[in-house]
Design a protein around this ligand. Structure first.
Ligand code: 5RP
Ligand code: FE2
Length: 217
């Protein structure tokens, strides 16, 4: 079962609720919320107040992608604001195992995100504790970048790693996913697909979402 997670990074922020309603009506499954701090990545986006302002206005669960340093300091705030899934970057965590436990203690789903150059081996001793792994298919920081093809083999290797250990963990991909390349990531084993510019910059969101789902499956 493929889940589509539109990233609000490419939405019209002056009309955010209407944009969220559009993707919900189009049948999307999760709302992907990109949090950037200007330190871990060279860009600044939004914080807990924006997340809170949308809570209760949509049935889509909130998938919060933290691209920030010292994520432990903010996990409680994002849970309080309404996060249902929290992803932290392995590259931003000195004590990755502790951070994962910290997320789980708050009663939400825990995910680890990996930059394109980060090896899967960082997951070795925390895999069992995760609900989802986010394979970045661009370098984090901006919407609208081009998909990095070498990530396909990484998705396949992760799928093998999960199956070998008999685990049930979602594989999410994020960055540069469009109707014409979505099949590459789903064939490789990804089942949660983030798309920002492909969805929000399209002429007709409903048609684009339908096309992405059809091409993914
Ligand atoms: O985490 C992200 C960037 O760091 C975004 O979720 C991602 O880039 C989505 O945008 P697009 O689909 O336009 O690439
Ligand atoms: Fe993201």
């Amino acid at each position: 079962m493929i889940k589509l997670a539109p990233s609000i990074l490419s939405a019209d922020f002056s009309n955010l609720l209407a944009e969220v309603e559009k993707v919900e009506k189009a049948g999307c499954d999760l709302l992907h919320i990109d949090v950037m701090d200007g330190h871990f990545v060279p860009n600044i986006t939004l914080g807990p107040p924006i997340v809170k302002s949308l809570k209760g206005k949509t049935k889509m669960p909130f998938d919060v992608h933290l691209m920030i340093e010292k994520p432990d300091n903010y996990i409680g705030d994002f849970v309080e604001a309404g996060a249902d899934i929290i992803s932290v970057h392995s590259e931003a965590c000195t004590h990755l195992h502790r951070t994962v436990q910290h997320i789980k203690k708050h009663g939400v789903k825990a995910a680890i995100a990996l930059n394109p150059a980060t090896p899967l081996s960082v997951l070795d001793y925390v895999l069992e504790d995760l609900d989802m792994i986010l394979i970045m298919t661009v370098n984090p920081g901006f919407g609208g970048q081009s998909f990095i093809p070498s990530t396909i083999d990484k998705i396949k290797a992760l799928k093998n790693m999960i199956e070998r250990r008999n685990l049930n963990i979602d594989i999410q991909v994020d960055g540069g996913i469009k109707p014409d390349n979505i099949h590459l990531v789903t064939e490789a084993g990804a089942n949660v697909i983030v798309a920002g510019s492909a969805i929000f910059n399209s002429e007709d969101i409903m048609t684009t979402v339908e096309l992405m789902r059809k091409n993914a499956e």
